[in-house]
Ligand binder design. Structure first.
Ligand SMILES: Nc1ncnc2c1ncn2[C@@H]1O[C@H](COP(=O)(O)OP(=O)(O)OP(=O)(O)O)[C@@H](O)[C@H]1O
Length: 839
């Protein structure tokens, strides 16, 4: 017995020692992170100063930091030998009066013979950056484009402005090909632009030999690689044939290359640089932000999603052009028919249609004969309609990059436009099985799902992460639903719900059964077979809540995907994730944030109960818009109006307008604001008259581990305890209170408050408080040890001889290469960082 106790004690000591080492390593990393962040911010400031409207090469995106502010300024000027001609052709040929940001620099760089990567949001005018130089150079420019339809659109446009351009592709006739190949080595240059697909470069030896001849004759002026991100398999649209394009720079090293893309991250660009064999390209990156686009996410109810979309098109977007993106060809047909039944001029567009039918739809839409194209992603690259006022995603995109690109087809004329995505539970798994073979498909999809689940971060901030850009939320100007709705959410503890639903999957696994997400939902809601129902703790949460919790658990590793393949299809099952076992630990908890733009009493009550929330009335009371909404709902209900989900549309808009009117925040966007408000009012009139029903809209986010606290420092807990009046989760608003005697009681109270009033305290700060306690107690323990050892040692050795102290300090169990001073400093850094979080 005594031996056992000794062993346990010894093991406990060793575990504690290891834990201390881990703590110190964490603190070292945190210190390093702080330093790197501060260095990063300094560098970003330097670069920001370097060019206000762009981040040239040398930003975090650029492969090589060699392009300075002065360089950029130099290339922004118009005193090059070609400048007059460039300016003249901009006006006379392209009918444009001035350049957009970065266009002139890109053109001058390309004309100077530099290799260039141009990253510019979709619709900002990348094509001009190689088309205009083509007209001002001897010979022709070779343009590699991924799609024949894209080339044809470009050719149509160039023809309309009398620029001679040709294409060589699989459908070119023999006669045409012959003429074009001959034209390539004709000194009189019968065409200025030659469009080819990457496949053509890879497969046609004849083309390569002509290119070589043209190169030797000095007629190959420039190579433009459109959608250059297709080179990289990390890009969102990888095309294997793009990988072979390195041959161009290897064979024609003196020909300047320009790679164009709207969506390449720094890693993708580095990859492209390698693949294309470009030595030192200059990267010009226009900010990803499109200030005229309003981003919004709506929860999707499959049954009436089309009704909602129709209500928007007939109301807010009456007589305006737009695109509805759908998941599949079948969806395109079905949704288009459904919209037609609702008197909307809509037509489908997908890859399986005859080319002539596709161009007919495109043409009819461009000339406003139809209002909406209901399309798969096949309707994409090269779509250049300026006045697209809305892009609605009936299904989420497979990645944020895809979403940015697709939604970016709105508002190319710089006028206000809306990008709305309908976020549906089942869609996640449909897409997941579709991207199962893609390298980073699941991760990218998860990021997209996280974008939709997000409740408290600016949507643009979430996009910025993907473009390696630093984002300041204020620049959003409330042009996304999160910024516009502010802190309209509550935080709730879902630990028990998580345990319940994880148990269902665990139980199924123990019976050798696999459950799809749908089956998990149904089982949890008590809809499965009676036998199973008996074994399950059925939830009283709504369907939306159930789905959100499952998504949350999937995103955070409590569940993971388990694919099963048949010759015909791929199935998605849920299995326990790497973090599922944490739920067995009594101290582990998970919280999530829910948006409550429109909340019925029942839902408030239910959420309050499940979250242990103290005062739902208080939450409601803080939102006059909500109570007004409820009134209007009640009134409409009284009039027996059709109560469908579309009420959300109408009611969200009511709240938008109220906020809108109260806070005049758009400084630079007053016109946009006016139009939007006008549209919202119009849409309200039409939407609200048709559909009114209150519904809870809710999203999930943060999680935290509540560690069992032994020692406590009173002030922090008190600070936390006194926070509940604050509805916002902002840590800054919390006030500190004087310390009290009963620390243990306070600590318990803190935890109780954390759980019972999740909407009123910041969970992040709560975690910080708890961690601070640990750190402080650990810190003082270490200090006490240091004091003790030094005193003991100094008594028996000569004072002042620091070298003698090394020996005894070894027992302090710092990690190797960590000095006491550094260890203490690290700890202190952590303590202060946590403090900052709390204050
Ligand atoms: N300087 C300019 N001033 C006004 N309009 C411009 C200017 N440059 C280009 N545009 C217009 O912007 C629109 C989009 O141009 P373009 O197709 O080149 O965009 P893009 O960046 O290539 O888009 P995508 O990524 O979708 O291919 C075109 O209608 C074009 O005429």
């Amino acid at each position: 017995m005594a031996n056992n106790i000794d062993d346990a004690q010894a093991e406990l000591d060793s575990v504690e020692a290891e834990l201390e080492v881990v703590e110190l390593q964490i603190s070292e990393l945190l210190e390093k992170q702080t330093k790197l962040n501060s260095r990063k911010n300094k560098l970003l400031k330097i670069l920001e100063g370097a060019c206000s409207s762009a981040q040239p090469s040398g930003s975090s995106k650029a492969p090589k930091p060699s392009f300075s502010k002065q360089d950029l300024q130099h290339y922004e000027e118009s005193d090059f030998s070609w400048s007059k001609e460039v300016q003249a052709k901009l006006c006379s040929v392209f009918q444009l009066s001035k350049f957009r940001p970065l266009q002139q620099a890109a053109i001058n760089l390309s004309m100077s013979g530099k290799d260039l990567f141009l990253v510019m949001p979709t619709g900002r005018g990348k094509s001009l950056c190689y088309q205009l130089p083509a007209l001002c150079s001897k010979g022709f420019t070779l343009v590699i484009a991924p799609l024949v339809s894209l080339m044809e659109d470009q050719l149509m446009y160039l023809k309309s402005i009398n620029v001679s351009a040709v294409t060589l592709n699989a459908s070119s006739t023999k006669e045409d090909s012959k003429q074009i190949l001959a034209g390539m080595i004709d000194k009189n240059s019968p065409f200025k632009l030659l469009y080819v697909t990457p496949e053509k470069i890879a497969k046609s030896k004849l083309l390569m030999s002509k290119l070589e001849k043209a190169y030797n004759m000095g007629l190959l002026a420039r190579i433009a690689v459109d959608e250059v991100h297709c080179c990289s398999q990390w890009g969102h649209d990888f095309r294997p044939d793009y990988k072979l394009l390195g041959i161009l720079k290897r064979q024609f090293p003196n020909v300047p290359l320009v790679g164009l893309t709207a969506t390449a991250t720094s890693n993708v660009l580095k990859d492209c640089q390698k693949i294309l064999c470009v030595q030192e390209p200059i990267t010009l990156t226009a900010p990803f932000n499109r200030p005229n686009l309003y981003y919004e996410v709506r929860f999707k109810d499959n049954e009436d999603c089309t009704d909602q979309i129709a209500a928007l098109i007939r109301g807010r977007y009456k007589n305006q052009s737009g695109i509805v993106y759908v998941f599949s060809q079948k969806d395109a047909e079905v949704v288009a028919t459904d919209l037609q039944k609702r008197d909307i001029l809509a037509q489908p567009y997908h890859a399986n249609m005859e080319p002539s039918d596709k161009s007919l739809v495109h043409q009819r839409w461009s000339s406003k004969k139809i209002q909406v194209v209901v399309a798969t992603v096949a309707f994409g690259m090269g779509i250049d309609k300026a006045d697209v006022r809305f892009v609605i995603h009936h299904t989420i995109s497979k990645s944020i990059e895809n979403y940015y690109q697709e939604s970016g087809r709105a508002g190319r004329d710089d006028g206000p436009a809306d990008c709305i995505v309908f976020f549906g539970f089942m869609d996640i798994f449909r897409i997941s099985t579709m991207v199962v073979m893609e390298n980073t498909g699941q991760q990218k999809l998860q990021n997209m799902v996280a974008y939709c689940q997000n409740v408290d971060r600016c949507r643009r901030a979430m996009m910025a992460i993907h473009f390696d850009e630093v984002w300041n939320d204020e620049e959003c100007n409330q042009m996304c639903d999160v910024c516009r709705h502010g802190n309209d959410y509550i935080t709730m503890d879902i630990t028990q719900h998580a345990r319940d639903v994880v148990e269902i999957v665990e139980m199924a696994a123990s019976m050798d059964e696999k459950l799809t997400p749908l089956k998990v939902c149904e089982a949890w809601m008590g809809k499965g077979p009676a036998k199973r129902r008996k074994m399950i703790k059925v939830t009283s949460l709504s369907r939306l809540e159930v789905e959100s919790i499952i998504i949350h658990l999937l995103l955070h590793g409590y569940f993971s995907e388990d694919f099963s393949f048949t010759p015909y299809t791929t199935y998605f099952y849920l299995k326990l994730g790497r973090k599922a076992s944490l739920l067995k630990n009594g101290g582990h908890s998970i919280t999530m944030k829910m948006r409550r733009r429109v909340v019925s009493h029942a839902t408030v009550k239910k959420v309050s109960e499940s979250a242990g929330e103290k005062s739902s009335a208080k939450v409601e009371g803080k939102r006059p818009a909500d109570s007004d909404n409820k009134k209007s709902v009640a009134k409409k209900d009284g009039q027996a109006v059709d109560t469908q989900e579309e009420a959300e549309t109408a009611l969200i808009d009511v709240s938008n307008i109220e906020r809108h009117n109260k806070t005049k925040i758009y400084k630079n966007h007053q016109n946009i604001e006016k139009r939007l408000a006008q549209n919202h009012i119009e849409s309200l009139a039409s939407e609200a008259s048709e559909y009114v029903k209150p519904t809870s809209v809710f999203e999930v986010d943060v999680e935290v581990n509540l560690v069992q606290e032994q020692n406590c420092a009173c002030e922090e807990e008190k600070g936390l305890k006194n926070a509940p009046e604050q509805q916002s989760s902002s840590p800054k608003r919390r006030r500190k209170q004087p310390p009290t005697q009963n620390c243990a009681a306070n600590a318990n109270q803190v935890k109780a408050d954390l759980v019972s009033t999740p909407s009123e305290v910041s969970i992040i700060s709560a975690a910080a408080v708890e961690e601070l306690h640990h750190l402080r107690s650990y810190y003082s323990k270490q200090l006490r040890r240091i004091n003790y050892i030094s005193q003991e040692h100094l008594q028996s050795s000569q004072p002042g001889m620091l070298t003698c102290m090394r020996e005894p300090f070894k027992s302090l169990r710092f990690p190797s290469r960590t000095t006491i001073a550094r260890g203490a400093r690290n700890l202190w850094t952590r303590v202060s960082m946590r403090r900052k979080l709390i204050q």
